[in-house]
Design a protein around this ligand. Structure first.
Ligand code: NVA
Length: 307
């Protein structure tokens, strides 16, 4: 059966571990896996700004022996000039897989239903599963086993990264604590899905109002921008509301000694995270950025094997 990565729970716990093992193997031997030899083409469609996603997929697809084809979603008129279904059918005749960054999860589902090739979510408003694979790879490298590790996500719990941490963390058997203001928790359905998975993996999902309680005992402390793409007009309200959740040295002092700090980037120093924290010794953000390439190569290879 054709598989896709649309949300973090598209991978079972065993499959997630398998993809992370493959990512580690690919990092150790970057040119040793060539499933796109030919070269076969992977279409990367961007309806929204990108840096890490474009460069890490481009480099990774080339390392897999393939050809990375960037499609400007604005020029293509995705969903406007032509329907998502028609774009999907066209891409399916040209490429081996599609990587798409767009706003709505429902459009990604349409792409998967009509393209006939594996589809990878390169960020929607709801989920950012490629970042989570890279982040879990980074936690494995710095902390060790994922299962039983406590991770605190502080700030805008209602964004794609909050949702994805809850789902992917639960899948990995982690204890995920989200510290967010009232009304900015991860999506209730996503939390329910994650708790159901956590019941099988031994993980847990906890929602906290108090940022200090959220980070206390955490081995991994994560934050993200307070103003995600598409929410720019809410900027002033958000800055006021999220200020107590800023990842400062003072807040970090409540986490485990030696806790690592993660941020998917782009970061706004002095807003959601202090410069001394993101540029300090506990920060692993550049490893996260590098691991995007390895983790995405792994998920592409894994999906292509099943296509
Ligand atoms: N939550 C952020 C992630 C950026 C990679 C956003 O959606 O803008």
């Amino acid at each position: 059966m054709m598989r896709h990565l649309l949300a973090d729970d598209d991978l079972t716990p065993d499959e997630q571990a398998e993809v992370l093992d493959l990512a580690a193997a690919m990092k150790a031997d970057p040119f040793g896996h060539r499933p796109l030899e030919g070269p076969r083409t992977v279409a990367m469609v961007f309806d929204r700004p990108t840096l890490r996603t474009q460069v890490s997929f481009s480099a990774g697809i080339a390392e897999l022996g393939g050809h990375p084809m960037t499609v400007d979603g604005g020029l293509a008129g995705m969903g406007e000039r032509e329907s998502v279904e028609d774009v999907a059918r066209v891409l399916g005749r040209q490429a081996a897989a599609v990587v798409w960054r767009t706003a709505h999860q429902a459009d990604l589902v349409l792409m998967a239903e009509h393209s006939g090739i594996p589809v990878v979510n390169a960020l929607t408003d709801e989920f950012h599963p490629c970042q989570l694979l890279a982040d879990l790879q980074t936690v494995r490298e710095h902390v060790g086993a994922l299962s039983g590790t406590r991770v605190a996500f502080v700030g805008d719990g209602a964004c794609n990264m909050g949702n994805s941490w809850v789902l992917a963390g639960a899948t990995a058997g982690m204890h995920v604590v989200v510290g967010a203001p009232d009304g900015y928790e991860p999506d209730a359905d996503v939390v329910a899905r994650a708790r159901e998975i956590a019941g099988r993996t031994g993980g847990s999902v906890t929602l906290e109002r108090d940022p200090v309680a959220a980070v206390t005992g955490a081995a991994v402390v994560v934050t993200d921008t307070w103003v995600s793409m598409g929410r720019e007009e809410q900027r002033a309200d958000r800055l006021r509301l999220f200020t107590p959740y800023a990842l400062t040295g003072e807040l970090l002092a409540h986490a485990d000694t030696g806790a690592i700090v993660m941020h998917c980037l782009p970061a706004y120093r002095g807003t959601e995270i202090d410069a001394a924290v993101i540029d300090g010794p506990r920060s692993v953000v550049w490893d996260e950025a590098e691991n995007r390439r390895h983790a995405q190569k792994a998920i592409l290879a894994w999906l292509l094997e099943r296509a």
